[in-house]
Design a binder for this molecule. Structure first.
Ligand SMILES: [Zn+2]
Length: 72
């Protein structure tokens, strides 16, 4: 009988602030990690599932439609 050893995964606690589009993380960082697609040297599409580049918290990246009713 072959026994497989499983590696224990370390529990990593990440804050999750998903659901509210934002330009910044509550930790103060404005640098977000997002997946995107480029076309002709410009960002053509980006996913709204974002992650803070500093603390790793889960965030929702903004889109232009999220702020079209907001007054500037
Ligand atoms: Zn953060």
């Amino acid at each position: 009988m072959c026994l497989l050893k499983r590696k224990r995964k370390q529990a990593v606690f990440k804050h999750s602030y998903r659901g509210i589009p934002t330009h910044a993380c509550p930790c103060g960082s404005v640098l977000l990690k997002v997946n995107c697609i480029f076309e002709n040297g410009e960002i053509a599409l980006w996913f709204t599932e974002a992650e803070c580049a500093l603390c790793g918290a889960e965030l929702t990246a903004p889109t232009p439609e999220d702020f079209e009713d907001a007054e500037i």
